[in-house]
Design a binder for this molecule. Sequence first.
Ligand code: SF4
Ligand code: SF4
Length: 454
Amino acid sequence: MNQPAHRSHLKDLDYSVVQQCMHCGLCLPTCPTYDATKLERHSPRGRIALMRAIADGELAATKAFGEEMYFCLGCLACVTACPAGVDYSELFEHARAEVEESGVLNSPKRNIIRALALRWLFMDSKRLRLAGRALRLYQQLGLQRLIRRSGALKLLPQRLRALESSTPDIRPGFSADLIAPVTPADGARRFRVAMLTGCAQDLIFSDINRDTVEVLARNGCEVVTPPEQDCCGSIFAHNGEWKLAQELARKNIDQFPPEQFDAIITNAGGCGSHLKHFSKLLADDPAYRERAALWDKKVKDIHEWLVEITFQIPSAKFQPTARESSAPLGTWNLETGTFPVAYHESCHLCHGQKITSQPRQLLRAIPNLNLVELPEANWCCGSAGVYNLTQPAMADELLQRKLRHLQSTGAEVVATGNPGCLLQLVNGSKQRGMKLRVVHPVTLLAEAYRQSQA
Ligand code: SF4
Ligand code: SF4
């Protein structure tokens, strides 16, 4: 078989990672795409077999291989299920990089979308914020409402209509408008931490970033939050743009020197899962290898960090408040004086980072909050980065399944620790006409602290 003209990520990958799978099939029932289709090629085992065939030189990357790698959600449920410890996360990222380097999915339309959305927009945080401001203006001036009412959207292709309907509400202020570059600890300083504000998170959920900083300060952390921050690069690593992901990893390490902080905090499950593996990304870079290893140790998800430092338990009786959008507050149980909250697990928080108990611990600590069990809490909601845009049918199937389970709990508040999940559930519940407040656990804790102070 001829050698490919491009770099082969899968051939270059440590062979011990490629050959780990022992074909037992225990991961199959946990895989959403296999569950939906019952086809081996849409299962982790089937995908790993394809990757190995490429690594062994028995198969070249083809369009079908590329499509299969993008049909995979990258949810990592298979990693949790696997008794052999197969590192599917690493395989998956290299497989997508193989797809991009080989160009098997290239088409003029796809190339333009990727060049604009990924390389032009997300690589430059200033441009991204500028685009966010333009979108905010469009929404604030009522143009979005006007266009929606005019029926003009019917002229758009279905894919674009769906994209328009899921456009997030851009917050009136971004993180830099809400958070000081340095927030002192309330009382004695116990820790000095850096706060990553994220890219999409900064535009859509800057209030969650503010709540996170408030909660950290309340727990004795001085919080450093530079107003200008780069994307962490997870969107690039998950979409086969290996070199750009490396570039952003270096920029992040330079901006937040790990030697200077007790912890580097993220409140986004998807970002955290990527941020904790910079040492793999930069393994061949002698200038960054060691700092990347230290960086990996310092990165902490907010729930994980709060439990590690023994966070304060809010004291007052708590009543959840609504975000400005007048979302529902949650139903009080008059008999018990509690309100039910369901918890949806972000895939990259539970499968990618194995953080499952800490968010629940945090929620249970809030007085009056009754944490109700959500069936299939760790089953993907269909957001999966940009999966809901690239694979809308499968994403919607997963979303409807999640919403059905949420309805079965009777809770009107659902907490989840990742912006992609938050957005997916906000859009899904709106479309379904469900009364549901979708909230980050740290926001509920921040609200409880504020009420404790009042
Ligand atoms: S990452 Fe998710 S969708 Fe992909 S193979 Fe694993 S379980 Fe299936
Ligand atoms: S990935 Fe793990 S669980 Fe799945 S077939 Fe291979 S060894 Fe078994």
